[in-house]
Design a protein around this ligand. Structure first.
Ligand SMILES: NC(=O)c1ccc[n+]([C@@H]2O[C@H](COP(=O)([O-])OP(=O)(O)OC[C@H]3O[C@@H](n4cnc5c(N)ncnc54)[C@H](OP(=O)(O)O)[C@@H]3O)[C@@H](O)[C@H]2O)c1
Length: 292
């Protein structure tokens, strides 16, 4: 974003209430911090209290009005709490960023049922339910924006990510469907489809300990801020994935080539990670202790 756009738009986001799920790391954390200079009202959500506090501390230093909520989006009471606290504190919800999510690299035939539940419940069921609760509030306000995190893997689905890809395709389809239903109430629905970015995603997906590198999130979150300032239906990032997804749509052989090369690099990363398992253990224990 150019300096001029940034300066001009600062005023536009001032006191706009933005709820961001999954703000303890990665895209959600980066987005929260990148929004700080615009002085919105921020509501940040995640399960790991200590990590979420680190985001909150950065916001406090920059004098951003914010509420941090330790919660699991899969939990109905926690979702109700997000809405109640946001309305009690700021009186409205202008933007909901459904960002909380995870992947698990696994061959489907080997995937434990518990992982399947976790992926479906977090990535799609919670997102649909939170959106379902927030839309009536936005309808009453006469405006609002829902931003749903899908993935470029929704356009280039591949193993060993079958369930993850299915959830992210569902996010895209769900967003496409509700978009036209709620447009007449002044509500915009946007889907973000990121390619591979350097966050905790790989670590959680069990492909962390490898040379499987992604892009830096800074550019992506700038684009998401632009999306809030000027809503559009879909944001595919980085831009290189736009022509790839387009050609894959019209050429099955090209799509197969791309998806099998993605599958190969994920499988290699998974094999390397399984040889050095300590990273995923660290992450799992932290969540077990701090989640409620
Ligand atoms: N990075 C990529 O390459 C990539 C590509 C395409 C799409 N995406 C999508 O982008 C979103 C953000 O991922 P990321 O890359 O930033 O990964 P990340 O660094 O692992 O962040 C995921 C965030 O979601 C939160 N979260 C997970 N389960 C949750 C739950 N049940 N309740 C509340 N919060 C939960 C995590 O916090 P706690 O663990 O503290 O709860 C964390 O803050 C995800 O939806 C992901 O699928 C990422």
């Amino acid at each position: 974003m150019s300096m001029t756009i940034a300066k001009k738009s600062r005023g536009l986001l001032k006191n706009i209430t933005i709820v961001i799920t999954g703000a303890s790391s990665g895209i959600g954390k980066s987005l929260s911090l990148a929004l700080a200079p615009f002085k919105p009202n921020l509501v940040i959500v995640a399960r790991r209290e200590k990590k979420l506090q680190q985001t909150a501390y950065q916001l406090k230093k920059q004098k951003v009005k914010h509420v941090s909520i330790v919660g699991d989006v899969r939990n109905r009471e926690d979702r109700e709490n997000i809405i109640e606290k946001t309305l009690n504190t700021f009186g409205r919800i202008d933007v909901l960023v459904n960002n909380a999510g995870l992947g698990k690299a696994s061959l489907f035939l080997e995937q434990p049922e518990q992982e399947i539940d976790e992926l479906i419940e977090t990535n799609i069921l919670s997102l649909i339910k939170l959106t379902h609760s927030v839309l009536p509030i936005m309808k009453e306000q006469g405006e609002g924006q829902i931003i749903n995190l899908s993935s470029t893997l929704a356009l280039l689905p591949t193993y060993p990510f079958a369930v993850y890809c299915a959830t992210k395709s569902a996010v895209k389809t769900f967003s496409d469907c509700i978009r036209e239903e709620v447009r007449e109430y002044g509500i915009r629905v946007s889907t973000v489809l990121p390619g591979p970015y350097n966050t905790e995603f790989n670590q959680v997906a069990n492909i962390g300990r490898s040379d499987f590198k992604g892009y830096a999130v800074e550019k992506l979150v700038k684009k998401i801020i632009k999306l809030i300032l000027k809503p559009k239906d879909n944001l595919i990032q980085p831009w290189q994935f736009i022509p790839v997804a387009w050609v894959a749509k019209i050429s099955n052989s090209f799509k197969k080539k791309v998806t099998s090369s993605i599958a190969e690099s994920i499988l290699n990363a998974k094999i390397k990670t399984s040889l050095e398992p300590e990273t995923k253990v660290e992450k799992k224990e932290e969540i077990k202790v701090l989640a409620h």
